[in-house]
Design a protein around this ligand. Structure first.
Ligand SMILES: [Zn+2]
Length: 58
């Protein structure tokens, strides 16, 4: 596990070591959708994922 800072609320988020670039995580503290980015030198960072509509219709 590694700890990364949430870009939305600034809190820490635990990311598994086997997480892959592009994987989506939800931060429990703020409910934000975060996308993991791993660059070519292996730095992990989180960015806010695009809002996904939760309107699935009725
Ligand atoms: Zn957060």
């Amino acid at each position: 596990m590694r700890k990364l800072e949430c870009p939305i609320c600034g809190g820490l988020m635990s990311i598994p070591d086997d997480a892959m670039s592009g994987e989506l995580f939800e931060h429990d503290e703020c409910g934000g959708q975060l996308e993991l980015e791993i660059d070519e030198v292996g730095n992990y960072k989180l960015k806010q994922a695009e809002e996904v509509s939760e309107d699935w219709g009725q």
